[in-house]
Design a protein around this ligand. Structure first.
Ligand SMILES: Cc1cc2nc3c(=O)[nH]c(=O)nc-3n(C[C@H](O)[C@H](O)[C@H](O)COP(=O)(O)OP(=O)(O)OC[C@H]3O[C@@H](n4cnc5c(N)ncnc54)[C@H](O)[C@@H]3O)c2cc1C
Length: 503
């Protein structure tokens, strides 16, 4: 074991939406910061797929196995690299709706209230939108919350096929609106992620050290159990101990929980920060279904996601419970999650026999239907021996099915009114498999009461005074829009708290 001879003010573990954003916020303090990241920098050609290569099996999967609740191994779609999952994400950076922070009755249960409300998050949403150069417009979405600042850049214009479809959607008394996207506008690296806007500016400061290929394997407390004393990591195959006053985990909701559960000691026999017994529990990951329209005319296959429809977010005429969010997938040669649902294109192939995967992908228009899943203590990250288990049963599924069927009805009307669709009345669709953990959250929920939450409102452990968690773990509930902007905004919020702690 190598004992690092430095003492840092702060160690951040992980460089994704939470860790990368926090690093950028804290670097100007001049404090001595060490960032430990298990992956490496990702080459540009690997980050920017726009070919059938993305359908290659397990292209963006971590080189490890997790196990489902039946003990079946799978390789999770996780990107271990500087930037984490933001290196492969869709860059849709949407605010949650105001009611997402409140207790909301769903058909199958209650989505619990957050201890911090939209009003307190709002300035950090604005800060995150500026930082990640979000291109958007507040235009017509009936669920869009109030913004104190405009988006820094105009919304991206839709592909022409999407424009004609969107017009036909609007004719059904619905409100398609622009999808906010974090973009750099650089040809070679168009997606704005937490390497570009988080780690790169942080690394430009002398007080920040980044170590890649550094997997944190355990946290050690002092004798009282009230403080983390040392961070154990494997760097390039060699075991190290690092020391700092404050430790921030940002490994993603599964890996942060796993790390805490894998670090038990006499004071914390069930894992660190786990006096509530909730570390790893309440795992949520969204209900997601890909729905495909089949066209006769080709598209490029690599156009941007640009449109969303939230008219069913809180329900529909005959269903008074939240249903969720719709967005277009963009060209199917760029959507990494769609590529995980190959059965969808196999179904399409039945109606377009003889077509290769590229022909199918470029004659398809994809849509995502996304519904909030509810926290359930049985859905969790569990460690048994050396194995990491994901116990997860979907819930709130009727609301999701209703969204999917309602959306297919909308698409059928579009296809009556717009030329250029295959003369079949079906929409191939498929739900995402367990391997897709894109929207993982909830495994270290924040709250006021230490008996019912893992973290306090500043995302500091109730049990361990110098331990924070700033990835998607802190969510007490999910929403039907995706999590990245909320994780970024929260990292900025916690960052502001840490600036005060350091002052
Ligand atoms: C294909 C895909 C598309 C997506 N599209 C969108 C989208 O359009 N909009 C949206 O809002 N969200 C999207 N998401 C989700 C979004 O990317 C995540 O919500 C977000 O990145 C989570 O941030 P995080 O900080 O919690 O974790 P991550 O971004 O996953 O970062 C975790 C980091 O910790 C590192 N790490 C893990 N364990 C260790 C360890 N033990 N030691 C050291 N380092 C470690 C990882 O390598 C990684 O860098 C998408 C995700 C995927 C996979």
């Amino acid at each position: 074991m190598i004992i690092d001879d430095q003492h840092y003010d702060l160690i951040i573990v992980g460089t994704g939406a939470g860790g990368g954003t926090l690093a950028q916020k804290l670097a100007p303090t001049g404090k001595k910061i060490l960032i430990l990241e298990r992956g490496d920098f990702m080459p540009l050609d690997v980050q920017n797929p726009a070919t059938t290569e993305i359908f290659k099996r397990e292209r963006y999967h971590a080189p490890e196995q997790w196990y489902d609740q039946d003990g079946e191994p799978f390789s999770p779609q996780m990107n271990y690299a500087i930037g984490g999952n933001t290196k492969i994400y869709g860059a849709v950076l949407q605010r949650w709706r105001e009611r997402d922070f409140e207790a909301v009755q769903h058909q199958k249960g209650v989505s619990p209230e957050w201890p911090v409300k939209y009003g307190e998050f709002e300035p950090y949403y604005s800060e995150a939108e500026q930082l990640y150069k979000v291109h958007g417009a507040v235009a017509g979405d009936p669920t869009e919350p109030a913004h104190s600042q405009d988006y820094p850049y105009d919304a991206i214009a839709p592909d022409e096929q999407i424009t004609e479809i969107t017009e036909a959607i609007a004719q059904q008394d619905l409100h398609p609106s622009p999808l906010p996207l974090g973009l750099t506008r650089q040809d070679d690296d168009p997606t704005n992620d937490s390497e570009v806007s988080g780690i790169n500016p942080a690394m430009a400061q002398d007080n920040v050290t980044v170590k890649t290929k550094a997997t944190v394997t355990a946290l050690h407390t002092n004798a009282s159990g009230l403080e983390i004393k040392a961070v154990e990591a494997e760097v390039d195959g060699q075991a190290y101990l690092f020391f700092a006053d404050i430790i921030v985990l940002a490994c993603g909701a599964v890996n942060s929980a796993a790390l805490l559960l894998r670090s038990p000691n006499d004071q914390h026999p069930n894992g660190l920060a786990n006096s509530s017994g909730l570390v790893g529990r309440n795992l949520m990951k969204s209900l997601l279904t890909a729905i495909v329209q089949l066209r006769t005319k080709a598209n490029s296959g690599d156009f941007a996601k640009t449109v969303c429809v939230n008219d069913f977010y809180w329900g529909d005429g005959d269903f008074k419970f939240p249903m969720g969010h719709i967005q277009n997938t963009g060209g199917l040669l760029t959507d990494v999650i769609f590529a995980e649902a190959p059965p969808t294109l196999s179904l399409a192939a039945k109606f377009m026999p003889g077509f290769g995967i590229k022909q199918l992908a470029t004659r398809s228009i994809g849509w995502w239907a996304q519904t909030e899943d509810l926290p359930d203590t049985h859905n969790r990250v569990r460690i048994s021996g050396k194995k990491l288990y994901i116990d997860y049963d979907s819930n709130n599924t009727e609301a999701h099915d209703r969204l999917v069927y309602r959306w297919m009805d909308v698409l059928k009307v579009v296809e009556k009114n717009v030329d250029g669709f295959q003369p079949v009345k079906v929409h191939p669709r498929s739900e995402i498999p367990i391997q897709v953990m894109a929207n993982q959250c909830g495994t270290c929920r924040f709250g006021i009461d230490p008996a019912t939450s893992v973290l306090d409102v500043n995302c500091r452990s109730h049990d361990i005074h110098n331990l924070y968690v700033v990835d998607g773990s802190f969510f007490p509930s999910n929403a039907s829009v995706s999590p990245a902007l909320t994780i970024m905004a929260n990292a900025l919020r916690v960052g502001e708290h840490l600036v005060e702690v350091f002052a």
